[in-house]
Design a protein around this ligand. Structure first.
Ligand code: BGC
Length: 532
């Protein structure tokens, strides 16, 4: 999960000396495996749950419903089964619970042991899943994978941000999301291949191949070093300095080390980070972080990511064609994330989110209209032409998500919190995200059954709401140094500025004040007085 910005930024706008050392490269590989693992878990369940052999073994009721065809059951309802949804969603429920433990181990044991714990959870989970004989084993495996996700998604982004030189931190952040999308695509490709295996064990291979990213993450965690920030935080100052020299590839680390000590001192003065988060002056960031996570999931993206094969087969594509379409959406997802990496610091966050809002709204409405007219409960006459149009519209929608809400849903919360609440803010961000991912995963097939084609109208209404939110309430954070957000973003915002009054005794650590930076007097984001 992309969550940059935990490392301290240079206090006075000075750049610290840093080379891109092998350790930093290994960190990128870490990011890749953490993201791959998460993405693989997101992508694998949809393909597996549309494989007849898998359904026959674990969900015979669903299997019989699907086999009976549209004569007996509504097209929109054949996969509606709480157990089947639990298979997908249990991972997220376990993940969000694990986040709280992970936040503790990340602080007390360090980032590296937390990643190791994640790797071990993943490996055991994969073994249980691939060897599953009954539903209990299957769900137990998914729960362990979920624990892995909770631990990895808390520790890996933290690790990355702390080990990365400041100037490539943003890039590394979206790189993590890129790897989530590669993980999803990899899972779709694997499912495409394993669905063809005769003999009924293809699903075992799909679930078992998650062992590849799991092993890579575990070996990676054994190889890398602990971050200097974590060592300093736990009082191991000499070791921290030695590691800093090693990762920066220079002996000249005094300025950064001093900054690190200061950051750790300030962070330690905040006794209750979570309570601190609730204070009035942290309200804007908290509201934005929580809203962004809820909105990201209410775009409906995971309805597509988890259930694309099921969805396509609901729409009357054959099983093979269904997986094939899922591979196409997976590839669009990866390529469009590259667009975001390229443009996010050029055109800014707001432009990407607002443009994508229009694109997602349009494509969802078109899909709803086609399905509304062509796919009824007991018959479907989706001709080849219309079927292709639906796939094109789904790709248009996925592309828009992948250069906006996908990466930015993670990037923005991670760059707007001041240092004192950044790590607590990240826990809340991960937790709310997984909670809403769980809700969508658990509810989607039932919603499809009840709302039918209207499900796409439901999600498009959310897209409208979130675009209005972005328009009025989300400030632009492009090119603003992370420790200057308070002064240059929040205090200048037409609405949020009212939460930023300085008359609180406990306000001494608002980062802009620490740095003594003066604002540039420019307003960020929507200003109704000038733009309406
Ligand atoms: C979201 C995931 C989603 C993925 C799709 C991520 O940003 O948090 O829930 O599955 O994007 O690419």
């Amino acid at each position: 999960m992309a969550g940059g910005g935990f490392a301290t930024a240079p206090a006075n706008g000075v750049e610290f000396e840093a080379k891109i050392t092998p350790i930093v490269i290994i960190s990128c590989i870490m990011a890749a495996t953490g993201g791959l693992m998460f993405g693989y878990d997101v992508g694998v369940s949809g393909g597996v749950t549309s494989m007849p052999d898998f359904l026959k073994k674990f969900f015979p009721v669903v299997y019989r419903k699907v086999e009976a065809g549209a004569d007996k059951n509504s097209n929109y309802c054949k996969y509606d089964n709480q157990g089947l949804q639990l298979f997908t969603s249990s991972l997220y429920l376990a993940g969000l619970t694990a986040t709280f433990f992970a936040s503790y181990t990340t602080r007390t044991l360090g980032r590296r042991p937390t990643m190791l714990i994640a790797g071990v959870f993943f490996i055991i989970g994969v073994i249980l899943n691939a060897a599953a004989h009954n539903l209990a084993m299957l769900i137990a495996g998914r729960i362990l994978l979920g624990c892995g996700v909770g631990f990895a998604n808390q520790a890996v982004p933290l690790f990355l941000s702390e080990i990365a030189p400041t100037k490539i931190r943003g890039g590394l952040n979206i790189l993590f999301q890129l790897n989530v999308t590669i993980g999803i695509l990899f899972a779709n490709l694997v499912n495409y291949g394993t669905a063809k295996i005769k003999g009924g064990w293809g699903w075992r291979l799909s679930l078992g191949l998650a062992g590849v990213p799991a092993l890579l993450l575990t070996v990676g965690a054994l190889l890398v070093t602990e971050t200097p920030n974590s060592l300093v935080e736990r009082g191991r100052l000499d070791e921290g300095k030695a590691v800093l020299r090693k990762i920066r590839g220079t002996d000249n680390v005094e300025p950064e080390f001093a900054d690190l000590l200061e950051a750790s001192r300030l962070a330690k003065e905040v006794k209750h980070p979570f309570r601190n988060l609730l204070q009035r002056r942290n309200r804007p960031q908290l509201v934005i972080a929580v809203a962004l996570q809820i909105f990201q999931q209410c775009t409906g993206i995971n309805a597509i990511m988890f259930y694309a094969p099921v969805l396509f087969s609901t729409l009357g594509f054959g099983n093979d064609a269904a997986l094939y379409s899922a591979v196409v959406t997976g590839a669009v997802n990866v390529l469009s994330t590259l667009v975001s990496i390229y443009s996010v610091d050029k055109v800014g966050r707001r432009v990407l989110l607002l443009e994508a809002g229009v694109q997602m709204f349009f494509s969802q409405v078109v899909i709803a209209i086609i399905l509304g007219i062509k796919v009824t409960d007991h018959s479907q006459n989706l001709s080849k032409g219309f079927a292709i149009l639906v796939v094109v519209m789904i790709c248009t929608y996925v592309a828009a998500f992948a250069w906006s809400w996908g990466p930015l849903g993670w990037l923005i919360p991670s760059e707007t919190f001041p240092l004192e609440t950044r790590s607590a803010g990240q826990s809340v961000t991960v937790c709310v995200n997984l909670l809403f991912t769980f809700i969508i995963a658990q509810a989607f097939l039932s919603m499809l059954c009840h709302f039918k084609f209207g499900i796409f109208i439901f999600f498009s209404s959310w897209v409208l709401v979130m675009s209005v939110f972005v328009m009025f309430l989300l400030p632009e954070t492009k090119n603003i140094p992370i420790e200057e957000m308070t002064e240059r973003v929040w205090k200048k915002h037409w609405f949020w500025a009212r939460f930023m009054d300085d008359h609180h005794d406990d306000q001494m650590f608002v980062s802009g004040d620490v740095n003594g930076k003066k604002s540039n007097g420019k307003s960020n984001g929507f200003d109704p007085s000038t733009r309406l």
